[in-house]
Unconditional design. Structure first.
Length: 276
């Protein structure tokens, strides 16, 4: 809590006497090392005696230049952290002249050497700190989710089928699907947008490329084949080496071959291809 330090007349007298005799002599003797600038101020003082009035006038003169002595500590109130300033009126009255003297009330013009009162200070507003922290956490969650979405080859890769062949093998039939593998336009745009904001990695692109081919009959799943693309290290659309690199203008022509039960194949009227 920040508060004014209240001194008795006696303690104030001792303090100023110390400033006049001790500090004045010690500091002003070292003018070869320090330059002290004095400020002329007019101040008044009251006291039970003429001496006390003069002492208080000098203190008030110093206070005008260097401020009131303050004390404090650290606290949090209304979400505001404060480590309060501790100060003292460390000025020195170099000289003065009396402008008015009614003994118990005196006005002086004093030359006061200004010096910093600050001992230690640190203050930080934390009103919005919690909100900023929550916002940062939420942004990190959003970023993590965005990277998670991009780190999914089923969303990144598109396969445009150009031809389908059947090779009858008896109970089973060899299905050969030819098509072009390329990057999905939406995924690519999302990738470019996020890459402008932050560095990230897509480690799933370093895993073996798997393909899933479903045979459908008006949306109903009839066959389901899942297998690996073994030459995935030679793909043109992307390459992984210490991070993924994508090539928007490239495409790979693939032939996907797999066996399907012949009796089930006659029910299939559509093949859907996806990659993982």
């Amino acid at each position: 809590m920040l508060f004014k330090h209240r001194r008795s007349i006696a303690s104030r007298s001792i303090l100023v006497d110390y400033f006049q005799v001790s500090i004045d002599m010690k500091l002003l003797k070292r003018t070869s090392q320090f330059v002290f600038l004095s400020i002329s101020v007019v101040a008044s003082g009251e006291g039970l005696t003429c001496e006390e009035a003069l002492v208080n006038a000098k203190i008030n003169a110093v206070d005008k230049v260097n401020g009131t002595w303050l004390n404090g500590n650290s606290y949090v109130r209304d979400n505001m952290f404060k480590e309060t300033i501790t100060t003292y009126n460390g000025g020195v009255v170099k000289s003065y002249k009396v402008l008015k003297d009614d003994c118990k009330y005196i006005i002086i013009e004093a030359d006061v050497v200004h010096q910093s009162n600050k001992v230690e200070t640190s203050s930080a507003k934390v009103n919005d700190l919690f909100n900023h922290m929550i916002e940062k956490v939420e942004n990190e969650k959003k970023l993590s989710k965005a990277v998670e979405v991009l780190n999914d080859r089923s969303k990144a890769l598109a396969f445009k089928i150009s031809n389908v062949e059947y090779q009858y093998k008896g109970i089973s039939t060899l299905v050969v699907i030819t098509g072009d593998l390329q990057l999905q336009e939406k995924w690519l745009n999302d990738y470019k947008s996020l890459a402008k904001e932050v560095n990230f990695d897509l480690p799933k692109f370093d895993e073996p490329l798997m393909v899933n081919v479903k045979g459908l009959d008006t949306g109903k799943e009839i066959t389901d084949n899942y297998f690996r693309i073994y030459d995935d290290q030679n793909l043109q659309v992307y390459h992984y080496h210490n991070g993924v690199r994508v090539y928007p203008t490239k495409k790979d022509t693939l032939k996907l071959s797999f066996l399907v039960n012949t009796s089930k194949l006659k029910e299939v009227n559509e093949f859907v291809v996806s990659f993982r």
